[in-house]
Design a protein around this ligand. Structure first.
Ligand code: SF4
Ligand code: SF4
Ligand code: SF4
Ligand code: FES
Length: 524
């Protein structure tokens, strides 16, 4: 029984065990992509490398037999860097988007492709959940958003963008028309209290997210009604009833509003800091008193004293005052309502971190690899599974009918990845800080096989780990799968131009769960 040390921890393993087995016995996390327990090592991904006995060359732990007296380092800088490079090389030719271009562009990060698929499947309640995970005021935004997502929509390269904004409005209006519109579950109370100064879209959005985390929220505004700058929009485009209906939901979620209360006159910022665990200044443009943020927050210059100025870190939303955060129109250029809503969401994240005593970083961007500019002919491949109909036309400010919404949803190209939440290549790339652009040299075009009732095969997402080939081989499935191509172009193919069904038989579920990327995935 060999005894070895990994990261200075001693372990004894059965003869024949690998260093990876030994690490797992110790609870040490080593990433793997091409390793499949019970199968001979493929050593194609090299993300499992470790340093052995201080030798200069790193070795793949999945194929390295544990030996007596070995000294292994699995977490030193050299190893972490080698894993990052291995991941970047796997991403160099990768053909896929973890998130759809629309979602990447949406300032609030709404999962647009998922919402569209839910509309298409008739799951409007699910679609409300998807929308409201990121957007507190979707009926409002469905009427006033400048829709940057549509400018990035891939469908525009074929004819015209999907009508994303009106689809979101359709979901939100349908929800508001229900007797019980959707309200998210609030986590157990944290006992923490947040004061939000400003009941415009930034403040309302921050409240929506903070309440869900279990914090108590009081929104203070000098106006007699919530909504702030939204009330400046023409009522033909945004009726006050819509603002009221969505603000009511924030009250029903638990927010307390103190309207007609002016910070600096009726209550001071010092008092708010004393009575609350955190304060968010979301004064936007609602305050008639022009000037800098300090003035808007009620910190008016006092005679004989230097003017107070509040500096704001736009990443963490912290101001120069402890426990005071600021977001929204008063802190940045760009006055679009969706930016205000996105700011509220991001500031709530930062405040949540602060209240939990964690590092205040603001939201962390999820890892994403993008197709980038489409290669010639690629848009045709995307269009093959979408409805070729033209974009639904509506009169200005008019909604989509249910039939129009269904038809419009069928135009979406499903650009996002089917395994974005479970892909191990994505998970490790995020964990190791891989930069997909570092060795990027994509020459292979997007290609999708859909000749199976449940499966999709996307060769551009294959990292040639060989796991699927070995699974069908072990099961004696004929004709099975094989590798074709050379160098970076190696991928899995079906011999003799067979169908997926013939190649994989009843192994569909096994392939989807074992494939470390979304090369093998369920259709939806
Ligand atoms: S296979 Fe993984 S890395 Fe590739 S696009 Fe999908 S989620 Fe992203
Ligand atoms: S086609 Fe669909 S998934 Fe692709 S960018 Fe447009 S809305 Fe998003
Ligand atoms: S398709 Fe097969 S060879 Fe390619 S990544 Fe998935 S399991 Fe590995
Ligand atoms: S080389 Fe070890 S998991 Fe891929």
């Amino acid at each position: 029984m060999p005894r070895l040390t990994i990261d200075n921890q001693e372990v004894e393993v059965p003869a024949g065990a690998t260093v990876l087995d030994a690490a797992r016995q110790l609870g040490i996390d080593i990433p793997t992509l091409c390793h499949m327990p019970g199968m001979p090592p493929a050593t194609s991904c090299m993300v499992c490398v470790v340093k052995v006995n201080d030798k200069p060359r790193l070795a793949p732990s999945c194929a390295l037999k544990a030996e007596d007296g070995m000294r292994i380092q699995s977490q030193c800088d050299e190893v972490l860097e080698a894993r990052r490079v291995a991941l970047e090389l796997l991403l160099a030719e990768h053909v896929g988007d973890c998130m759809g271009p629309c979602q990447l562009i949406c300032p609030a990060g709404m999962n647009i492709p998922l919402m569209i698929r839910q509309i298409r499947a008739g799951g409007l309640e699910d679609a409300s959940v998807t929308v409201k995970r990121h957007i507190a005021l979707p009926a409002v935004l469905g009427r006033v958003c400048h829709a940057p997502c549509e400018k990035g929509c891939r469908r525009a390269q074929a004819d015209a963008a999907v009508s994303i904004c009106l689809l979101k409005r359709f979901v939100a209006d349908t929800d508001l028309a229900r007797e019980q519109p959707y309200l998210p579950v609030r986590q157990a109370t944290t006992g923490k209290k947040v004061a939000i100064v400003g009941a415009g879209p930034t403040g309302a959005s921050a409240a929506w997210h903070l309440l869900q985390e279990g914090h108590a929220v009081t929104i203070i505004d000098e106006q007699g009604r919530p909504g702030g700058m939204l009330h400046k929009i023409d009522a033909g485009q945004l009726a006050p009833d819509v603002i009221r209906a969505e603000m009511d939901l924030i009250v029903r979620l638990g927010a307390e509003f103190r309207l007609g209360c002016r910070v600096g006159a009726d209550v001071t910022l010092d008092e708010l800091c004393r009575d609350y665990d955190a304060v968010l200044l979301a004064v936007g443009e609602a305050s008639p008193s022009a000037g800098d943020l300090a003035q808007k927050a009620g910190l008016a210059p006092q005679q004989g004293k230097p003017a107070v100025r509040l500096a704001v870190d736009r990443r963490t939303f912290r101001t120069s005052l402890a426990g005071v955060f600021a977001a929204g129109g008063a802190t940045r250029a760009g006055k679009h309502a969706v930016l205000a809503v996105a700011d509220g969401q991001a500031a709530a994240c930062a405040i949540g971190q602060f209240l939990a005593g964690a590092d205040v970083t603001g939201p962390v961007k999820p890892f994403n690899v993008s197709l980038g500019k489409l290669l010639e002919g690629e848009i045709t491949a995307f269009m093959s599974s979408a409805d070729p109909a033209a974009r639904t036309q509506t009169q200005p400010h008019q909604p989509l009918s249910p039939a129009q919404a269904r038809d419009e949803s069928a135009r979406c190209l499903h650009c996002d990845c089917r395994k974005a939440d479970s892909c191990r290549l994505r998970q490790f790339s995020g964990q190791y800080g891989a930069k997909p652009a570092r060795y990027r040299n994509r020459q292979v075009a997007f290609c999708q096989r859909t000749d199976h009732p449940r499966l999709v095969y996307e060769s551009g997402k294959c990292i040639a780990c060989g796991i699927c080939i070995r699974i069908v081989e072990q099961a004696g499935q004929s004709p099975g799968l094989c590798f074709t191509g050379r160098g970076f172009g190696v991928t899995v193919s079906i011999p003799f131009n067979g169908t997926i069904e013939e190649a994989v038989g009843g192994l569909a579920d096994q392939l989807v769960s074992a494939c470390p990327t979304a090369a093998w995935a369920y259709r939806d």
